[in-house]
Design a protein around this ligand. Sequence first.
Ligand SMILES: [Zn+2]
Length: 327
Amino acid sequence: MNALRSPLRLAFLVLLLAASMWALLLFYQPGLTAYQQKMAAPAEPEYAGVTATWLGVSALLIRDGRHAVMIDPFFTRPPGLLPMLFNRPIAPDPGRISRWLQRLDVRSLDAVLVSHSHFDHAMDAGVVARMTGARLIGSDSTLNIGRGAGVAATRLQRAEPAQPVEVGPFRITFFESRHAGATGGRPTGDIAAPLRPPAGYLDYRLGGTFSILVEHARGSLLHHGSAGYVPGMLAGVRADTVFLGVALIDELEPYLRQTVDAVGAQVVVPVHWDDFTRPLDQPLRAFPLVVDLDGFFEDMARTRPKVRVMTQGLAEPVSLYVPAPAP
Ligand SMILES: [Zn+2]
């Protein structure tokens, strides 16, 4: 009797455990309280300054009314965790991309900038550059994504670390960084030939990691898409606002010193915390296990009370360089 009961009980326990894990993944939403309470006020539509529009993960649209650049565009967001684990083929979704560009009223872009070539930062970069007539700036791997998407060779520009490039009113500088995570960012290596999708998730190889400084007459921002760093990489760099990747942070304090403190930022916007296996038109959810957004807010308030930490609503332009009204 007992012998019969035990395997049954074991099976029941295993099922229960699996169901709890599943429920945790579905409903656990770390950080969303802080996310909603500390959201920046959207820019007034008539405000003609420089705005930053966050588009999930580390995708960012920066514009000043006449000119615009986009960093790490990622609208396709292939759904599901399992296809990623099994390295199924993925491809940019042109319909979804053009619907989002329309929704954002983006008809042209001066440049698409890419921090590294993993799929969640770079898979849409070539298509967005082609659709908007932008030049694509990034590593050789990123340029191979551009070639695969049919971006004209004249509009492909290799990022040269610490060499500023003028893009309309923006001065863009790439700084060599390191990918987050103990393994240095899998898949590592380069995309050695034009990448023509569909391709496996793992075909979007790292190809170098950059922190990107965007300077404008009205101020500057640093886009730090992945939570790694090269010690001293930002020495002498100043930025008013840092868009800081918070997934897979190894040790927070040295990371903050090498990024936020190094550039003397007054405002920090955590990015790369949302679950990118869900489409952008569903409510955002924090990625469990790899991100602790609440902890990030608490730590920043305790260790750097003068730095303003805020989130941005999805696809809501926020004025840069002007203080938002107090909540
Ligand atoms: Zn990555």
